[in-house]
Write a protein that binds this ligand. Structure first.
Ligand SMILES: [Zn+2]
Ligand SMILES: [Zn+2]
Length: 566
């Protein structure tokens, strides 16, 4: 059994528990485990054989035991028992907009509705209007919603799409007769959201490999098939294009499948100038394809038709930032607020990854829900950090910082004199996010104007796929960042990616320093850095544009000089 199939059983267990009315807290462990399993690079089977299931974070004794059971029997007792109590077909309805687990539970108990089809019939036959909490309006909306729901494919944020696509590539590589299979498309370009994933591969018999994909158990439905590609819907409801070629034309295939359309259009113009045929470029690798067009190889993150082909032709492609350029972290939480590890453990994790400094920035008191720090606790924390720093003999340093709330009127949550004693101050908006554009813009500008904020975190407040950016005039935020010498963040948390690529590129053009941070709340979050680096690369950023790449002394001098201006 592959990792996805096992993960689906745990997701199912959580779904059934939810439909049964269990405490969401109780089922979160199953959802987290399913997510982790999908992102593993090793197969659960191999880990189980080596007795190492429990070394995976998020897989404790109970889940490891159930995983063993699933590996040897194809299912587990808990899952089978749940299925006896709750009809599994109810889970079809989960995800239907406006129709949550409680309503599903109600129509099941009161009308005996047990599946999406039965729900549709009940709505069409106007049987829902007599159920408490539903009504005639619900019936009409529901028929439409169900139709749309059936056609739906998941859109995935990059934090989900990349590990999924990589896992699928490994799976099809080992089971469908490919010699090589790579992630292409918008996921390879690291676009923040993806409608359709793409894989491109080499096979001795491309046609047979694509037929094997179409028949693979991870594939629910074949959506389209033509020439050298097949487009499928996977069991997880993602649309995935898979293309195959023989080895000597792989470069051309990967280039085409990586796109974007705008980039390929720009290449087509260049091909005309050069008098070559884009569809017949030579080469097993992309470098040869670009060389035939008289161009250096253009990194995938730049291939958006935003001037990269001109820049390549004129020899002015940026030297994009890489993860290895990062010297330290400036935004991370600990158990002092809503993090799950101590400052010492977070710092140790950062140090183990080769960073030279770790900026600890817990929340301030306005964020009561996150147990934010008041003046006294912040002072106590500063003393703890001083003591911790005395233990490092290799120059590693924990910076004393704070993620200070910007209150609704633009005032800061802690006294400016206290903030001035810290090594590093982040300003953030976490409340009153529905202010109108003028009020929100003034609020943020006022915070920058105070001079006390070194970095504005997650400047637009968006949550990918869940919440839009707040209404803010970003141009005026850029103006203020220039005027008061404040850095802006690319928050690398996979659900944020804020600033996004276009804004970060504009900020760079305005000369605004950028900081890339994982906003880690536990050591494992440090791994999200790759998503922040990718957005920075899509924004054409070079190492020197990002303050985390500077030597610590330069960084601290920058903080001192910007504060002196104020
Ligand atoms: Zn925050
Ligand atoms: Zn934070």
């Amino acid at each position: 059994m592959n990792n996805y199939a096992i993960a689906r059983i745990f997701t199912r267990i959580a779904d059934l528990m939810e439909l049964q009315g269990d405490d969401p807290f109780k089922l979160r462990a199953y959802r987290n485990a399913a997510q982790t399993m999908q992102e593993l690079t090793e197969s659960l089977e191999t880990l189980a054989e080596r007795g190492e299931l429990q070394t995976v974070p998020g897989i404790g004794q109970a889940i490891a035991g159930k995983t063993q059971e699933i590996l040897s029997t194809g299912t587990c007792k808990l899952y089978e028992e749940l299925k006896k109590k709750v009809p599994e077909s109810l889970t079809d309805m989960l995800g239907l907009p406006g129709f949550g687990p409680k309503k599903i539970h109600t129509v099941w108990k009161e009308l005996g509705v047990r599946s999406l089809d039965e729900l549709e019939s009940a709505a069409r036959e106007q049987r829902l209007r007599n159920v408490k909490g539903l009504g005639a309006r619900t019936e009409a909306n529901l028929v439409e919603a169900i139709e749309a729901f059936r056609r739906r494919r998941e859109r995935a944020p990059i934090g989900l799409a990349l590990p999924y696509a990589e896992g699928l590539a490994r799976l099809f590589l080992s089971e469908c007769g490919f010699q090589r299979l790579e992630v292409a498309g918008s996921v390879r370009r690291m676009a923040d959201m993806t409608d359709e994933m793409a894989l491109a591969g080499i096979a001795a018999d491309p046609e047979a490999a694509l037929a094997a994909v179409a028949a693979h158990p991870e594939v629910r439905e074949v959506l389209a098939r033509s020439g050298d590609m097949v487009c499928v819907c996977t069991q997880n409801n993602f649309a995935v294009r898979v293309s195959a070629a023989t080895g000597n034309s792989f470069g051309r295939l990967l280039l085409r499948e990586t796109g974007s359309d705008a980039h390929l259009a720009a290449l087509r113009e260049q091909a005309e100038v050069k008098g070559v045929d884009l569809g017949a470029l030579p080469g097993d690798d992309e470098e040869q394809c670009y060389a035939a067009l008289g161009l250096p190889c253009i990194p995938p993150e730049l291939r958006e038709g935003r001037g990269e082909v001109d820049a390549a032709r004129e020899g002015r492609l940026p030297r994009l930032i890489e993860a290895g350029d990062m010297r330290g972290i400036l935004h991370a939480h600990s158990t002092w607020s809503d993090g799950s590890a101590s400052i010492a453990d977070m710092a140790a994790a950062a140090r183990a990854q080769g960073y030279g400094f770790h900026g600890n920035t817990d929340h301030s008191k306005a964020l009561g829900i996150a147990h934010g720090l008041d003046e006294d606790r912040l002072r106590a924390q500063m003393a703890e950090i001083d003591a911790l720093n005395a233990t490092f003999t290799d120059g590693f340093r924990v910076l004393k910082g704070i993620e200070c709330d910007i209150l609704a009127d633009g005032a800061l949550d802690l006294p400016v004199e206290l903030l001035a004693e810290l090594d590093f101050v982040i300003g953030s908006v976490h409340s009153h996010q529905k202010l109108d554009q003028e009020a929100m813009t003034r609020r943020i500008v006022a915070a920058l104007e105070s001079g006390a904020v070194d970095l504005l975190a997650h400047p637009t407040g968006r949550l990918l796929g869940a919440r839009d950016a707040y209404s803010v005039d970003i141009e005026r935020v850029f103006d203020a960042a220039v005027e008061y010498a404040v850095a802006l963040e690319i928050n690398a948390a996979p659900d944020r990616l804020d600033l996004h690529d276009l804004h970060a590129r504009q900020a760079k053009e305005r000369g605004i320093p950028i900081s890339i941070n994982t906003d880690a709340h536990r050591p494992a979050d440090l791994a999200s850095l790759r998503y922040g680096i990718a957005q920075a690369r899509r924004a054409w950023l070079e190492a020197d544009d990002v303050i985390n790449t500077w030597p610590l002394e330069r960084l601290l001098e920058w903080v001192r000089s910007r504060r002196r201006r104020g």
